[in-house]
Design a protein around this ligand. Structure first.
Ligand code: AMP
Ligand code: MG
Length: 339
């Protein structure tokens, strides 16, 4: 159950394999593609760059992703994040950045995003291979350690936590990593497409001028893609779903995204939500929050904020898009939400 997002990676590989791996007709070396797959942040990452002839950008991305993994892991006792969780204090800039974004998205979503849920995720066994339903009383006892109001952020200076409160950036770290990679690829004047455990990041333009094609999978069928999105330029496409990490007990599916109100896995009518946005960090934070909120509240959020596009997949099979995606989408029957 570790990596249920693999199918998204597969469509990525599939779509990529349809791309031209050779120099274009004019022999333009910028069209040359290079690929690498690595394991970081507890997931497979597939990187594809165009024009990285000496391999320097790919090497830099790999090093950066491994470094971010070591820094932002909530389970590695040597990470910067674990240092914050045990000491209650951090001045590490990237921890401040992620905390600031988490606080902003939490505020915008009425608390749906909550990066203090680590003790609850632990109680459900999501941080280990021993997933189980905890005792209600054990869960309730964690309440005093959980809540975004426990976080004291001095912007650009430090973050402090009371004893017992711990942060988990599982909802947004891969999006941040995508932004970091994107900046490096742009700095080096290249283009490419990355899949960081299902977080897709496109960077720049494909050498042949065609749009990037990103698949959105069927939550019930790893090998099937209900939609493809055709995107231009640099975009983040991030999905949160109940099929990515979960366990089943007595016929009930318990997924890895928790509702901060109940400290229990979200149990709504939504199977998955995909967010398309300019920033990977924001898309990742929003996809998790939108999954907690459900479609109707998510639609209201989109109307209020308007800085992202989204695809909602409901348990009844219906698919809903924001209007900005309508002309970029191919696939199964979908409906477009009212503006
Ligand atoms: P994602 O796959 O981006 O939706 O993030 C899910 C991960 O974020 C989980 O595996 C937990 O580590 C963490 N998480 C679970 N529920 C929440 C929540 N409501 N807010 C923030 N992080 C969460
Ligand atoms: Mg997320």
């Amino acid at each position: 159950m570790k990596l249920k997002c693999l199918p998204i990676l597969l469509v990525f590989a599939l779509l990529l394999s349809a791309c031209n791996l050779l120099p274009d007709a004019g022999g333009n070396p910028r069209a040359q593609a290079s690929e690498r797959s690595i394991w970081a942040m507890d997931t497979q990452m597939d990187l594809r760059l165009y024009g990285d002839s000496d391999g320097k950008t790919m090497a830099a991305l790999t090093a950066r992703l491994n470094e971010l993994d070591r820094s932002l892991s909530a389970t590695d006792p040597d990470s910067d994040l674990s240092a914050l969780n045990s000491s209650g204090h951090s001045e590490e800039p990237r921890i401040l950045r992620l905390t600031a974004e988490a606080l902003a998205v939490s505020e915008q979503t009425g608390g749906a995003l909550d990066v203090t849920l680590l003790p609850a995720s632990r109680a459900w066994g999501f941080t280990t291979d021993n997933k189980r339903v905890p005792e209600a009383a054990a869960l309730e006892a964690l309440r005093e350690r959980v809540g975004m109001d426990k976080i004291e952020l001095r912007e650009g200076v430090s973050v402090s936590l009371p004893a017992g409160t711990e942060l988990d950036f599982g909802a947004l770290a891969k999006g941040y990593a995508a932004d970091v990679c994107r900046a490096r690829i742009e700095e080096d004047g290249l283009s490419g497409i990355l899949s960081l455990g299902g977080n897709i990041q496109t960077v720049g333009s494909k050498p042949d001028g065609s749009p990037w094609v990103v698949g959105v999978q069927d939550p019930d069928d790893a090998g099937r893609y209900l939609l493809t999105l055709e995107l231009s330029g640099s975009k983040a496409v991030v999905t949160s779903g109940d099929y990515q990490r979960y366990f089943e007990q007595d016929g009930v599916r318990y997924c890895h995204i928790l509702d901060p109100k109940t400290l229990a896995p979200v149990r709504g009518s939504l199977r998955a939500v995909t967010v398309v946005a300019d920033s990977g960090l924001r898309a990742d934070a929003l996809s998790t929050a939108l999954f907690v909120l459900g479609r109707e509240a998510g639609e209201s959020l989109w109307r209020r904020l308007g800085d992202f596009e989204a695809v909602w997949m409901e348990a009844d099979g219906s698919i809903w898009l924001t209007p900005g995606l309508e002309n970029l989408t191919q696939g199964d029957a979908f409906r477009v939400i009212a503006p």
